[in-house]
Design a protein around this ligand. Structure first.
Ligand code: UDP
Length: 327
């Protein structure tokens, strides 16, 4: 089997490349390196380019026999999507459609899509399952929901089957080392807390302490990046086995507050972490926790690293590698 991984040089994509490589599946990465890193691609072939480049896609699909495509090449910053929605709709929707049309024209009809909890918007229930209303509150979430809707229509009309995987809070790193989370600018809580622990930044800001949560800070469902990758492989295998299009919410099903994450990081690292109370960040719901019962039942998915301290520990190993590379 041969899989095209679009965005394989990014955080989750690079873990996926390794996961498939270890499973003995041939991989080709397509990435324009706008935010990914070439050295994060540890297996298979690497092609530098953008998913919206139809001529490049025609050459790629024409010269290889792909058995499926996984797509990780999206812009992911909520705040940026509000000030520059054009950037989000162009890449996350328009360019994705270019990719889907190339797949269709070349007869590659299995697709695994990186979706997000942001498609649900403000939660109306404690735990979010697949039947939760979909009402995204920012262009980022809307761009992902639009693609989910396009995928439904492409299946009905063209037989292009897909799995939409809605991540809650991806975190951690492959414990084998060498790859991890590395956004620029970094906006995510776990890597920022660990930078504060390693001394690569002064402190961590807590965005809002007046939410309707046990300690007033936002509650999120942190899921290990390798567990997400396992779900992708299971979802692709299900499509290969003839399964129909599906969508799954992926999390551990337990929520941790920002303060709990900081306390866990202090425990794992043994370092003091300076905390600064800050204003709420626009667009942050108080609580986002997944109900992943469906993925467990239909895919047989079982997260291996459900414990928050383990997730943070693996992220800490990666942060220490980055910090020592900087010295
Ligand atoms: N957060 C924070 N300080 C930071 C970064 C994030 O308090 O420097 C909070 C953020 O408000 C949210 C949680 O941490 O409640 C997780 O944020 P992140 O950006 O990691 O993921 P998101 O939930 O936005 O996908």
């Amino acid at each position: 089997m041969h899989v095209l991984i679009v965005g394989g040089a990014g955080y989750i994509g690079s873990h996926m490349v390794r996961c498939l490589g270890k499973a003995g599946i041939e991989v080709t990465t397509l990435d324009d390196l706008s935010s990914g890193r070439r050295d994060a691609v540890t297996h298979g072939e690497f092609v530098e380019g953008n998913l919206g480049d139809r001529a490049l896609l025609d050459a790629l699909f024409g010269e290889r026999n792909f058995d499926g495509v996984m797509h990780f090449a999206a812009h992911i910053e909520v705040g940026e999507s509000v000030v520059d929605p054009a950037k989000y709709y162009r890449n996350n929707v328009v360019n994705t459609q270019v990719l889907l049309d190339a797949m269709r024209d070349h007869g590659v009809l299995q697709f695994v899509f990186s979706s997000t909890a942001a498609i649900f918007g403000e939660p109306v229930r404690d735990r979010i399952d697949e039947s939760h209303p979909k009402a995204p509150i920012n262009p980022y979430g809307r761009s992902k929901l639009m693609v989910e809707e396009i995928l439904g229509d492409y299946d009905a009309a063209y037989g292009l089957r897909s799995a939409c995987l809605r991540y809650f809070n991806a975190a951690g790193a492959d414990p084998a080392g060498g790859i991890g989370e590395c956004h620029d600018p970094e906006t995510h809580l776990v890597p920022l807390v660990l930078r504060a622990a390693s001394g690569r930044r002064e402190s961590i800001s807590v965005f809002g302490s007046d939410y309707d949560t046990p300690d007033g800070t936002c509650v999120r469902d942190y899921i290990h990046v390798n567990d997400l990758c396992d779900a992708h492989l299971l979802a692709l295998r299900s499509l290969w086995d003839g399964g129909g299009s599906a969508a799954y919410n992926l999390g551990n099903g337990s929520g941790f507050s920002v303060r709990e994450v900081i306390d866990t990081a202090a425990g794992v690292t043994g370092r003091d972490i300076a905390v600064v109370e800050a204003e709420r960040r626009a667009g942050d719901p108080g609580t986002l926790v997944a109900d992943s019962t469906l993925a467990q039942a239909e895919l047989g998915w079982r997260p291996q690293y459900a414990d928050l301290a383990t997730i943070v520990e693996h992220a800490w190993r990666w942060e220490q590698a980055l910090a020592s590379a900087e010295r």
